[in-house]
Design a protein around this ligand. Structure first.
Ligand SMILES: Nc1ncnc2c1ncn2[C@@H]1O[C@H](COP(=O)(O)OP(=O)(O)O)[C@@H](O)[C@H]1O
Ligand SMILES: [Mg+2]
Length: 510
């Protein structure tokens, strides 16, 4: 590159082309710029002077010479009568751009002031060079400006899309915590976009205190193992508002992660409202069922109880006789035993009756049932900060079952598991639903890391009205087992190590 300071100083009239002889035929101007940035070099007053050639040849020819110490090769190409285009290649240097010149006539005129001329042409070439550089710079700048405006347009589109999807995105260097956020990510976290450097701490500052430990445990584990992570948590805004977000991130390259964050507040609020309605409804129906159950028990038991009382009275009277009439007492006691058994039957039948109608058995896909249950149970579990895991075989498992009733059973088991997890304060908070084939059967199981069931209580688990909970009705497992037996399946309990429970349902496969 020619720097202004390096340019030879010349009287201004020297720049006039005709004074310089530039308008004269045979003048050769050369421009060299080397890939390594070294400077323009060499200049010649005439084509033949610089590039000696055989002028009798009116065709392409090649000449060799040295200018200012540069070995060069010149290629002459006749263009029109008396005009040549000469390309010059410098030997021993990587040439980025070459010259152009037209020799007006093959025979150069004689020039008096050769030295002066050389300087003048150098100067002109410097101008040309400078002009070229400027143009190039301009083109580069235009190119940059075009790129920048395309980039801006893309970013605008991204921002608009993210705003519609209520999604923010980020890049995260886990080594130093440095992050880059999209505009929507700032908005979701309630930060001003002018913050020029974002850090992981800014994200942590917004974490709801109740979700902090769970968030850190999940994210740290994923970072340590360098695997994709999904986590749902709440953001606590400076104004006290709470925002539910679902984030997903994965390693990208060079220790950098990329991820996105969706605002699911509306969804969760709607689910909350739905759940509250459902709770109210199920509470109402529970009260009604209890009432109906009580009325029906009273009615059904009344008769055997009346009979038992009458027989007991009679037996007592026969005993008081002198002498006591033992046969009569015996007969009354037999009646009492019979009536007591009838009472027991009443209760057993009532239990079966709670399954108002028989199951509507059809071929159903177990994986679908599990997905439905997960969808129904997830909002509640998220609120309880319990992770729900689905371990379903990829291969479809078809069962002969009433999908609604099996859903009911699984939901019940999941709810019991969640309650068992809630009752312990430490350790993993995990409930899993397992689904897969097991020979001629399909196995559906619910596992938890909860309090488990003591050895002594295990045989009572499925008994009606057995409950260890303050407000428990103790009918859940009894009804579950009854449903499963109607499906010709089984429902069993196994303890887990180091703690927790597995309830396994086995159903005939289709
Ligand atoms: N996953 C479980 N972990 C520990 N105990 C359980 C679990 N599921 C059920 N139980 C025990 O079995 C009892 C009966 O459960 P259930 O029939 O559903 O009635 P309820 O839930 O109303 O108490 C519970 O009170 C609890 O003691
Ligand atoms: Mg229960």
């Amino acid at each position: 590159m020619i720097l202004e300071a390096n340019r030879p100083k010349l009287p201004s009239q020297m720049l006039d082309a005709s004074t310089l002889g530039l308008a004269l035929p045979g003048v050769v101007a050369l421009m060299f710029e080397f890939a390594d940035g070294s400077e323009l070099s060499g200049i010649g007053p005439s084509s033949d002077y610089i590039f000696p050639r055989d002028s009798s040849l009116d065709r392409d020819c090649v000449s060799r010479n040295a200018i200012s110490g540069w070995q060069h090769v010149a290629v002459w190409k006749p263009r029109a009568a008396g005009y040549y285009e000469i390309s010059v290649f410098i030997l021993g240097a990587q040439l980025a751009r070459v010259l152009v010149c037209l020799a007006d006539e093959p025979e150069p005129p004689l020039l008096a002031a050769l030295e002066e001329y050389e300087i003048a042409v150098s100067c002109l070439l410097a101008d040309l060079q400078l002009e070229l550089l400027k143009q190039e710079q301009l083109r580069e700048e235009e190119g940059l400006a075009t790129l920048r405006s395309r980039l801006d347009a893309t970013r605008d589109r991204l921002d608009a899309t993210e705003a519609v999807a209520r999604t923010g995105s980020f890049r995260w260097k886990t080594s130093d915590g440095h992050q880059i956020w999209s505009r929507m990510n700032y908005a979701l976290h309630g930060y001003d976009q002018s913050a020029d450097s974002v850090s992981y701490d800014m994200c942590l500052d917004r974490l709801h205190p109740d979700d902090r430990d769970g968030f850190l445990a999940t994210v740290n584990a994923a970072v340590a193992e360098s695997r994709e992570v999904e986590v749902e948590y709440r953001l606590l805004m400076p104004d006290g508002a709470v925002r539910y977000v679902f984030a997903r991130a994965k390693p990208y390259r060079d220790g950098e992660w990329i991820g996105s964050l969706v605002d699911v507040t509306e969804l969760r609020t709607a689910e909350d409202a739905l759940r509250m309605t459902q709770d109210a409804l199920s509470e109402a129906s529970r009260v009604r069922t209890m009432g109906e159950l009580a009325a029906s028990i009273a009615h059904e038991l009344n008769q055997p109880l009346t009979s038992i009382r009458a027989n007991a009275g009679a037996a007592s009277r026969w005993l008081k006789r002198e002498p006591a009439i033992v046969e009569k007492v015996q007969s009354s006691l037999t009646s009492i035993i019979r009536d007591a058994k009838r009472g027991g039957d009443v209760i057993r039948n009532l239990l079966t009756m709670t399954l108002r109608s028989g199951p509507a058995i059809k071929t159903s896909l177990a994986q679908d049932i599990v997905q439905d249950v997960a969808r129904l149970a997830r909002p509640e579990l998220i609120r309880q900060r319990i992770k729900l895991e689905i371990k379903a075989d990829k291969e479809p498992s078809f069962v002969r079952a009433d999908p609604g009733q099996i859903q009911q059973v699984l939901l019940n088991l999941v709810r019991n598991s969640a309650e068992a997890v809630e009752s312990v304060n430490d350790g993993p908070r995990l409930v899993s639903i397992i689904c897969g084939r097991d020979g001629e059967h399909v196995r559906l199981a619910v596992e938890d890391s909860g309090c488990g069931v003591g050895e002594a209580d295990r045989q009572k688990l499925f008994d009606p009205f057995y409950s260890t909970k303050k407000n428990g009705m103790g009918m859940g497992l009894a009804i579950c087992r009854s449903i499963v037996r109607h499906h010709k399946g089984s429902l069993e309990y196994q303890a887990r190590q180091p703690r927790g429970s597995t309830f396994t349902m086995t159903l005939p496969s289709a």
